[in-house]
Design a protein around this ligand. Structure first.
Ligand SMILES: [Zn+2]
Length: 89
């Protein structure tokens, strides 16, 4: 079986959301949307959201915020965006 069941994927997503919320609180992820985000192939480093390897086969997003760089999967980037507080403006 190459493909995990849909139920497992949902559990994984929930687990990643919990990690992202914790990292938003402790500052490991930017607490607001960032002005600079670029997509690249993965470079073998660890995703700051889910801590899995960023393989070259998957999209990696590079965020820059206050001169700090954050590398995360394209999928984790979307989850992070969903966990951000709504804009107040
Ligand atoms: Zn990730």
């Amino acid at each position: 079986m190459d493909h995990p069941a849909a139920e497992e994927l949902i559990v994984d997503l929930q687990a990643i959301r919990v990690r992202i919320r914790a990292k938003l609180r402790d500052g490991s992820l930017p607490p607001n949307s960032v002005p600079m985000a670029f997509g690249h192939p993965g470079n073998g480093e660890n995703c700051v959201a889910c801590e899995e390897i960023l393989t070259a086969a998957r999209l990696m997003m590079e965020l820059t915020n206050n001169a700090k760089t954050f590398l995360l999967h394209g999928d984790c980037y979307l989850l992070w965006m969903e966990e951000l507080p709504a804009p107040t403006s």
